[in-house]
Design a binder for this molecule. Structure first.
Ligand code: LLP
Length: 423
């Protein structure tokens, strides 16, 4: 469920007409719904409540301070993958003792920064990283809390560029080496073993990979316990899928049903790192049609959002629902089917690349210059992956709450574009 709905064929975010936001803040424009953010976080909090998990919103999905603040106030912690993300969550008021620090390439400076801020644990991805963390911790005379990121060799059946838990991916350490690595941690006074971490990929639309991962995780924990290690934490990462095309995603309760009993039986603490599930359907990208044209037997809708704003279609062949903000034709149940009163069009941006599109062959009602369209499910990995390619200033971001709204990032200016450059 989200809070983007049509009332009398006009798109609203909560109680605010999206067209009014486009008037006030311009386009392209990111519009986020506070209620949807809270609703999705609460779904996870409720589904997993039985094991009192630490839910670490994955900052990489959308790192705007306004979003982080909503998460913080709603009781979420954070998963960060860089010193920059750690800095951001601190600015949003996070309790860093509940923050997990992940990433394959943590630098010594980032390790120091994380230790100084007493993070809950590092998700350690290599033996070399263990050595580096031990060294930095030693220099600071502290013991660093670590979780071993294990590669469980599970196929999450997601896009090749976002699958992470298969042997041969760059992430984690082979699960067979867990006992050896745990012994190494235990032998080192500069390190404390908190548990294990696994992240399988993203987005994952079935529960089977999680069931398999938690079973493997518990097996490792029990093996370590038999050897005398007091291992408590199992962090299952993120990856819960969302509705991109229609209602294809599972509720949080479905994932909880395969995870919670195993965690409970093993007497473990659970950490989760959901990003997309929380913020994906909490945001849309609003854009305005600049031109339409028919060439080569095709209809093109040229609008003012581009791959520098939302790169997911170009990068992962991702499907995002698109529909006019003022909808003469009611939005369909199935956006992939032929739709009466519509015709197929390529929705493209102004960037000089053929890969610059938001949708191809998409059935849409007639559109004209100045019409507003909405690209849905764009809150995760949208703005976070945006760039200034073609010297396009980044779009503004607005957060709606009920009938109120406020700017959480102003539109960039031409001066912003050159602010860091020298000649
Ligand atoms: N934890 C770890 C270790 C991760 O690598 C990720 C995502 C997450 C948590 C959060 O996953 P989520 O719950 O958001 O699925 N840019 C791609 C997705 C990349 C995901 C990277 N890692 C996209 O637009 O689909």
């Amino acid at each position: 469920m989200d809070h983007f709905n049509y009332r009398d064929r006009e798109l609203f975010c909560e109680d605010v007409p999206v067209a009014r936001l486009a008037e006030e803040y311009g386009t392209p424009l990111w519009v986020y719904s506070t209620r949807t953010l809270r609703h999705h976080l609460r779904q996870i909090q409720t589904a997993f409540a039985d094991v009192d998990p630490v839910i670490c919103y994955s900052v990489k999905a959308n790192s705007n301070l306004g979003i982080l603040k909503v998460m913080q106030e709603a009781g979420s912690s954070f998963d960060v993958v860089s010193g920059g993300e750690l800095y951001r969550v601190q600015q949003a008021g996070a309790d860093t003792t509940k923050v997990v620090f992940a990433g394959v390439g943590k630098t010594d400076a980032e390790i120091r920064q994380a230790l100084e801020n007493q993070v809950l644990m590092f998700n350690v991805e290599s033996e070399a990283e263990l050595d580096a963390i031990a060294e930095v911790a030693g220099a600071l005379s502290v013991a660093a809390p670590v979780a071993l990121r294990l590669n469980p060799d599970i196929d999450a059946k997601t896009h090749a560029k976002t699958t992470t838990g298969k042997k041969g991916n760059k992430f984690g350490m082979d699960i067979e080496r867990a006992a050896f690595l745990a012994d190494k941690v235990l032998a080192d006074k500069r390190l404390v073993l908190r548990g294990i971490h696994m992240h399988l990929g993203s987005p994952i639309l079935t529960t089977e990979p999680y069931a398999a991962a938690v079973a493997k995780g518990v097996e490792v924990v029990e093996q370590l316990r038999r050897k005398g290690h007091d291992t408590r934490w199992i962090n299952l990462g993120g990856g819960f899928g969302i509705h991109y095309r229609k209602q294809e995603a599972l509720p949080a309760a479905a994932y909880a049903a395969v995870i919670v009993p195993a965690i409970k039986a093993a007497g473990c603490r659970l950490a989760l790192e959901p990003g997309r599930f929380i913020v994906g359907n909490s945001g849309i990208l609003v854009s305005r049609v600049i031109y339409t044209k028919r060439e080569g037997g095709k209809l093109f809708i040229i609008q003012d959002a581009a791959m520098n704003d939302l790169v997911r279609p170009a990068m992962y062949d991702a499907f995002h629902r698109i529909w006019p903000v003022h909808a003469a034709v009611a939005p369909p149940e199935d956006f992939e089917a032929e739709i009466a009163g519509c015709e197929p069009a390529d929705v493209v941006g102004p960037i000089c690349e053929s890969g610059d599109y938001l949708a191809k062959g998409r059935w849409l009602p007639p559109l004209a210059r100045q019409d507003l369209i909405s690209t849905f499910s764009a809150g995760a990995y949208g703005m976070a992956m945006s760039s200034n390619y073609n010297s396009r200033p980044r779009a503004a971001e607005v957060l709606v709450d009920g009938a109120g709204h406020h700017l959480i990032r102003r539109r960039e200016t031409y001066d912003d574009l050159i602010a860091h450059e020298r000649f």
